[in-house]
Design a protein around this ligand. Structure first.
Ligand SMILES: Nc1nc2c(c(=O)[nH]1)N[C@H]1C(S)=C(S)[C@@H](COP(=O)(O)O)O[C@H]1N2
Ligand SMILES: [Mo]
Length: 322
């Protein structure tokens, strides 16, 4: 392929990988699997294109004097290798933890650095694509071939992994941990905050805003026995399937008399950590006091946490008060 086409395709692959990677972190519903498929396929394009590029420039890496572009280029190459190996290794079931970060965490770190590097490089050095860089049947065939390769190999790899039993993953890439085992699943709350345990006797849940009857509910007023089976899927790479118990948000909104004008419900932790859901989705969500047969532990958000089916873990505000 003409060098400029390779370079622009590489940058495009990095940008698509970045965009789909970021989107994938907020996707939680099975219908959104395509984002993950594109992310996987684009990773393979990146591999193939990087090899092409290295074949062109590897001599420069052997030169005795490196200028700052050689250094940037070598760093970018190292990041591509890291991002791709950690990504593929994770999907194949790798368990490596380095400095407290798992392969998925490292994949995200390498990917973020890579997109910064490549963007800087393109701004500083990119030569515009000319007509002759993209013209010609051979070029089109090569380019299409690379695209097709990614699109074909990725599902193949997934299928093989599944057949070999190494991919015990959700479509989001997360691994199962502590399903139906009460509080025993991993805790990743308190990434943004780190509150002291709350005294359940003093604690109240405030339901306010666009409602006719604002409420302040004590802990025992929230045990309605409403149950929901839902998967908490953390972007850190684990998921846990649980039966959650407490009160549906819809029930609370009806008791409080939500007004017609209400569009969103926001859930606020004692720490200020907060997320909102559109009111229809919020109605189906649950405020949980229990997981399985156990009361929530502090680490999982006692006395009350949001359970938002189909949303990734970071939306599931713990220790709700408002
Ligand atoms: N108040 C508060 N709620 C939070 C968080 C947090 O840091 N603070 N982290 C979120 C994230 S990223 C996840 S994955 C889940 C984790 O819940 P767990 O600790 O019960 O596993 O809580 C969410 N709710
Ligand atoms: Mo998370």
């Amino acid at each position: 392929m003409p060098p400029r086409l390779t370079d622009w395709s590489l940058a495009l692959a990095v940008w698509i990988a970045f965009a789909t990677g970021v989107i994938s972190l907020v996707m939680g519903r099975a219908e959104q699997w395509l984002v993950f498929a594109v992310h996987g396929a684009v990773g393979l394009w990146l591999a193939v294109l990087s090899i092409q590029k290295l074949r062109r420039v590897w001599l420069r890496l052997l030169a005795r004097t490196w200028d700052r572009w050689t250094i940037l280029g070598a760093a970018a190459a190292a990041l591509v290798v890291t991002a791709i190996t950690t990504g593929v290794w994770w999907t194949l079931g790798g368990e490596l933890v380095v400095l407290g970060y798992n392969l998925l965490n490292w994949h995200i770190i390498a990917g973020l650095l890579l997109v910064v590097f490549v963007s800087m490089h393109m701004v500083a050095r990119a030569k515009p694509l000319r007509g002759r860089d993209t013209a010609g049947r051979r070029t089109a065939l090569r380019w299409g071939g690379v695209a097709l390769l990614g699109a074909v190999i990725w599902p193949l790899q997934q299928g093989l992994g599944r057949a070999a039993g190494v991919t015990e993953r959700r479509f989001t890439g997360s691994r199962e941990a502590g399903s139906f085992g009460g509080n025993a699943f991993p805790t990743t709350s308190w990434v943004a905050d780190n509150p002291q345990p709350v005294d359940p006797v003093l604690w109240r849940l405030a339901v306010g805003g666009a409602v006719d009857r604002p409420l302040a509910l004590a802990h025992d007023e929230l045990e309605h026995g409403d149950e929901l089976e839902a998967i908490l899927d953390c972007t850190g790479g684990f998921f846990s399937r649980q039966i959650w118990r407490g009160v549906t948000v819809g029930r609370l909104l009806d008791t409080a008399g939500a007004q017609q004008s209400a569009r969103f419900v926001s859930f606020v932790s004692v720490t200020g950590y907060r997320w909102s859901l559109p009111i229809a989705e919020a109605r189906a969500a649950l405020l949980a006091t229990h997981v399985g047969s156990e009361p929530l532990s502090h680490a999982h958000g006692a006395p009350l946490r949001l359970v938002a089916p189909g949303q990734r873990g970071f939306i599931w505000v713990t220790l709700c008060t408002d």
